[in-house]
Design a protein around this ligand. Structure first.
Ligand code: UD1
Length: 420
């Protein structure tokens, strides 16, 4: 298991480009199960989660190959398995994204239940209720969900909670249903909108993606096409937080600033200077940081995927910052590790009160999930001395070559390779 060795403190300065969004690329890959012709995904990030999805697709009969940062997929073989085994699903919850496409295209899917994960229970009841509303017969047995339908039928379905992958699953399923489907209380994340753009390229008829209500007119078949995924707002946002944290000056190039607005508002509010153009954002900080409260919420709220990194930032801000996690029930595991580096954080359930500023000192810490790892790396940049962040495989799930990007921005970070 690899780890990062970080020598702090550092000041991040320069230009950095985030890769294509992991959370847009994953559903784009799953959409290949619907495609009747080859699909090309441009700017797909070289991260572990995508490799897991490629392995799953390979098992399901869709071959893929890289050409630089472009991924060529399928089309799928007709007589392929239609099950997503536990071994793959357990390492990546987003494997559940194959459920909708398989049911819609092949009439049958058998997908392992994801089970608990490091940041909470994360049920998939809404995915299942939506598929049932579309006419699928859904059964649960032996840790697997099985869905069957000769042809899905358009319907009206309201999500009880806005779910990102749930909305994406139903969007894909409804694209091949007979008749019109209206989905309500949808997740409005830019990644949902990006998937809809891809499906439209493939021949789907979708209106309203990115909003609360999406209308899908089912078609008999979908083709292939070429699609460039949007830039990763979470990866980019992590480097911008790093700029504010280290008193640095970072320009994110090829970004979508609008998708970053909740973060940019928070950064301005705590004393960083934010300037932006149509497709770039620059964050600098010369003066002191002041605390600013944040409550995570579905888009366009403050993203839960940047909460841990923001907590690291608040350790360097004057005053008490209250950070409330409302999306997941167990997503504060970075707090205990930050405390080992000298942070003063009082945790009460999903609410963290960060007293700052505190002087962080380098320590050996352990990453528990993807975004918590990013938080610890940022803290290591701000800390005095050496920080070793263990279990970097979590980080590799969603950040492409983070150490190279940080080194290019002036940090001293090295990957220590250790065979598993
Ligand atoms: C996606 C993102 C993840 C991000 C999360 C929230 C991908 C691959 N992953 O995850 O990075 O942290 O959105 O922005 O895009 N819920 C239910 N029932 C369901 C589905 C969800 O109760 O059927 C709940 C979850 O437990 C959670 C909330 O809804 O509390 C939001 O989860 P959801 O949007 O589904 O997250 P994911 O799609 O898994």
């Amino acid at each position: 298991m690899d780890s990062f060795r970080i020598h702090g403190p550092a000041r991040l300065a320069g230009a950095v480009r985030a890769g294509g969004a992991k959370n847009a690329a994953l559903p784009a890959l799953a959409a290949s199960l619907l495609a009747g012709a080859p699909l090309e995904i441009e700017d797909a990030p070289r991260v572990r989660d995508l490799e897991t999805m490629r392995r799953l697709l390979d098992h399901l009969g869709v071959a893929s190959r890289w050409e630089g940062s472009r991924l060529h997929l399928g089309p799928g073989g007709a007589a392929s398995p239609d099950d997503a085994p536990y071994e793959l699903v357990k390492t990546m919850r987003a494997s559940v994204l194959v459920l909708g496409p398989l049911t819609a295209r092949r009439g049958h899917a058998r997908v392992s239940l994801p089970g608990g994960c490091a940041i909470g229970v994360r049920p998939i009841d809404q995915h299942l209720a939506g598929l049932e509303a579309l006419g699928a017969k859904v059964t649960l047995a032996h840790g697997y969900v099985e869905a069957r339908a000769e042809r899905l039928i358009g319907t009206r379905f309201r999500f009880a909670v806005p779910t990102v992958t749930g909305t994406e699953n139903l969007l894909m399923a409804a694209s091949l249903a007979r008749g019109v489907t209206v989905l309500e209380n949808c997740a409005r994340e830019p990644e949902v909108e990006d998937l809809a753009r891809l499906l439209v390229t493939m021949g789907a008829r979708i209106e309203g993606a990115g909003g609360d209500s999406i209308r899908i007119e089912g078609v008999d078949s979908l083709g292939g096409g070429r699609h460039r995924v949007i830039p990763d707002r979470i990866e980019g946002g992590t480097y911008l937080i790093g700029a504010a944290l280290t008193g640095g000056d970072v320009t994110l190039t090829e970004a979508q600033p609008v998708a970053l607005l909740p973060l940019l508002e928070a950064l301005t509010g705590c004393g960083a200077e934010v300037t932006r153009g149509e497709n770039w954002v620059r964050v600098t900080r010369a003066g002191d940081l002041s605390s600013r409260d944040v409550v995570t919420a579905p888009y366009p709220g403050f993203p839960t995927d940047l909460q841990a990194q923001y907590v690291a930032l608040m350790t360097q801000a004057r005053g008490v910052a209250t950070v409330i996690e409302t999306v997941f029930e167990n997503r504060m595991q970075h707090v205990a590790e930050l405390a080992r580096m000298g942070a003063d954080i009082r945790l009460d359930g999903r609410t963290a009160r960060i007293h700052g500023p505190t002087r962080l000192s380098g320590a050996s810490v352990m990453a528990t999930d993807l975004r918590a790892s990013a938080c610890l790396v940022l803290a290591g940049l701000a800390a005095e001395g050496e920080t070793v962040v263990d279990r970097i495989y979590h980080l590799d799930r969603g950040y492409e070559a983070m150490e190279n990007r940080l080194v290019a921005l002036g940090a001293r970070v090295e990957r220590v390779r250790r065979p598993d």
